[in-house]
Ligand binder design. Structure first.
Ligand code: ZN
Length: 211
């Protein structure tokens, strides 16, 4: 069994805080996630969770490689999910394109149509990034595959197809460097916000050679 770094063990401790103005803007735009007026707010949410999750996807726990997407645990459309939860901070996290696309419009809330948002992980079929400690449910075996420890872990692996090669190949690469202080240090610098874009470009180039 491979151990996961501290970065990967952590789940979300601080949900994004919506201000009174944010709430007003969300109401004025009818909780519509696709509204262009709400783009600055969505960018702030994305930035918050990227930092809070240490630059790792909620479901595969791998560093982001391309686009970072805000993920809705309960989907945002009324057809499959609930629009009133679309800006609810505990319903949000960031995920990689692969996990977010595979999770898609699946609603894993139990029961799927309950009106109030649950405050605990037991009301979800898959790992909830705010409520469930990842490693209680999934173990990384031989530094190369996701193995379920619980039904919830099994459901998460199945939902995000964590057995597919696009993910497991990244996992092997990432685990190879998990104990390397240089690589881990540079990964942390890469996550720093602010006017580090120049350094960031260089570091991104460095990682594109590795991963
Ligand atoms: Zn992922």
């Amino acid at each position: 069994m491979a151990r996961l770094s501290k970065r990967q063990r952590k789940n979300i401790e601080k949900p994004f805080k919506l201000s009174v103005l944010d709430h007003q803007e969300i109401r004025e735009n009818s909780y519509d996630w696709s509204s262009t007026n709400l783009k600055p707010l969505k960018d702030r949410i994305r930035k918050h969770y990227k930092k809070e999750q240490n630059g790792l996807c909620s479901y595969c726990k791998l560093p982001f490689r391309d686009v970072i997407q805000v993920e809705h645990m309960v989907p945002k459309g009324d057809l499959y999910g609930r629009s009133e939860f679309s800006f609810l901070p505990t319903n949000l996290s960031v995920a990689c394109t692969s996990c977010n696309t595979k999770k898609s419009i699946n609603n894993d809330m139990i029961p799927w149509d309950r009106t109030d948002y649950p405050k605990a992980g037991l009301f979800f079929k898959i790992i909830h990034p705010h409520y469930d400690p990842y490693l209680m449910h999934i173990e990384i075996v031989d530094k190369s595959r996701y193995t379920p420890k619980t039904v919830k872990g099994y459901n998460t692996i199945k939902r995000c197809k964590l057995y597919e090669s696009n993910i497991t190949e990244q996992l092997v690469k990432y685990m190879k460097y998990e104990d390397d202080p240089l690589i881990q240090g540079v990964l942390r610098i890469r996550e720093l916000q602010g006017d580090l874009s120049n350094i960031k470009n260089k570091i991104d180039r460095f990682f594109s050679l590795l991963f």
